[in-house]
Design a protein around this ligand. Sequence first.
Ligand code: GLN
Length: 191
Amino acid sequence: MKIGVLALQGAVAEHLKSISSAGAEGIAIKHIEQLSEVAGLIIPGGESTTIGKLMRKYGFIEAIREFSEQGKPIFGTCAGLIVLAKDIEGSEEPHLGLMNISVSRNAFGRQRESFETDLDIKGIEQPVRAVFIRAPLISQVGEGVEVLSEYQDEIVTAREGHLLASSFHPELTDDYRLHQYFVDMVKQQSM
Ligand code: GLN
């Protein structure tokens, strides 16, 4: 089972490590041609405007939309969640615009720019250690979107069919259970 990590900018190596802890093989994706080698894709955290620009420049917008149309699972973390969203508050154009959510960038304010907490996530038994860094939150979910976790009444993890998104960085701890959850989504999809 091969899972790609979009390697244009951001926390790529850490995702590759978590994917392998979850029992799959991670591949850094630098060219659109490589997408045909993988059954699922992670879009990492970093800076969403930069990632979006690079995606446009290298043809990833169309290529990942096609990947998604084939029902192949995609997991966006932090900036990756912003890249997946249909609506980014503050009038910016969406990037991939695949997931039926509205997001608010840098939503936790200066004092809480970066913090760690334990989160209850639907489908995972014990709380998951979550690292938030200038994190976005999901301000609204549309039809077909299931909320998987909230932090202080704000939505921070959601799933819409084959699309998964988290406000936090699950790759920055040794707790790889959300990656395991995604690997299981990819397994089920490719059966
Ligand atoms: N604040 C960043 C953005 O808006 C996301 C931060 C992150 O990915 N850790 O793109």
